[in-house]
Design a binder for this molecule. Sequence first.
Ligand SMILES: NC(=O)c1ccc[n+]([C@@H]2O[C@H](COP(=O)([O-])OP(=O)(O)OC[C@H]3O[C@@H](n4cnc5c(N)ncnc54)[C@H](O)[C@@H]3O)[C@@H](O)[C@H]2O)c1
Length: 453
Amino acid sequence: MNVAIIGTGYVGLTTGVCLAYIGHSVLCLDTDLSKIEALQAGKIPIYEPHLEDLLAEAQRNLRFTTSYSEAIPDADVVFIAVGTPPTASGSPNLEYLSQAAQSIGEHLAGEFTVIVNKSTVPIGSGNWVGAIVRRALEQRQGRKANGAFGIASNPEFLREGVAIGDSLYPDRIVIGSDEERALEILYTLYRPVLDQTFPAPVFVPRPEDKGAVPLVSTDLASAELIKYAANAFLALKISFINEIGQLAERVGADIREVARGIGLDSRIGSRFLSAGIGWGGSCFGKDTAALVATASEYGLKMPIVEAAREVNCRQRDHVIEKLLQELKILKGRTIALLGLAFKPNTDDLRESPAVEIAQKLMVRGARVKAHDPIAMDRFQREHCHLGVELCPTVEATVEECDAVVLVTEWTEYREVDWEALAPAMRSPVILDGRLILDGDKLSRAGFRYIGIN
Ligand SMILES: NC(=O)c1ccc[n+]([C@@H]2O[C@H](COP(=O)([O-])OP(=O)(O)OC[C@H]3O[C@@H](n4cnc5c(N)ncnc54)[C@H](O)[C@@H]3O)[C@@H](O)[C@H]2O)c1
């Protein structure tokens, strides 16, 4: 099938490369010329493990452009994967979505094209996109645009850092449309993934127990709500364990043991039960805010989702409180942050806890040094105004520091020789924001170890 992908960010690019890999002819479009030029040269503008390898394998089915007139007319399916960043009110900014819909409408020429919202968009956006496309198309044609296109929703559930595995071997695929023809076309498009008939790439092998992928084929509004409900549920699972963590600390319980004890219950499950600094990233904060905002348009409150958001904010304040307890005064202190990306294996800094913690520390007059294995270049580009000192190694970061905060659970931080580092610090205090370090071992190495829960 001929596929056009609008937006080559974390979602659009992964989707485009994976669809090309399974055999479709894919044209990826972005308005950012520098991204398209990099991609045309075979370079990936983001950090996502194995995406560049897969791009090389899928190259014969994949092209990149900034031109809507090149991408849209021949496409059977057009995916919209532009950003929907949060606004101050909690509702997502739909400006990019509206521009993409307008441009699609201006260039649509096929007999029937399925236009798919892959961006996470508020419930009702499918109809809204349809109206924009229709208006633009009718203006261009000077006549009614009946039957020229169908609107669908195909929410994306990939996780940055393991995006290829999530796209090729997903837990499920959700498609939603009020038009049967659009659903049939999407079913055909995804058939190789649903039936797992494509040859697995050697660098991201198929999980041994992977069977057929369940398809949830539903109406437009349900598909749109599924995405928000899924993210809200994951976010509240993390906030739940963090809320229990606060009590665990008061009563002297070990939150890791508590999480293990409840997670082994198959009704609960152990994933997303890691206590710590809490969630960050471009989705959970934005999507929970959007869910609350959508509900309020209907006169509804979402107290559970709101509480999950509140607990998450509290976790970041907790880091500052703990540092104040230990150091009494933050003014003039030097604090090391290990990890800047919002989670390991990505360079994504959107709503990263590290950025907020750095800001809070600097407001209190502290000097902040930081390290990240991958995200430092991006941090330099996007947050250089903060005045955080970036260091090339963990050793250089913790040197002469009054405390170190482990913010992101990169594997290499688990393997640090802390014993060797303690003497280089002004005071060997470590706040483990992800509860991944061995507290007893660190205490023996001379550290004051504090877990954040
Ligand atoms: N990142 C994730 O892990 C993830 C997971 C699931 C869903 N989502 C959702 O997917 C959507 C995209 O997220 P992302 O992280 O890939 O965003 P991103 O910011 O990385 O990428 C968006 C891209 O769209 C491009 N763009 C903007 N306006 C355009 C236009 N009019 N025409 C063509 N290109 C345009 C931008 O230049 C950018 O490259 C969002 O709605 C997000 O909530 C993201």
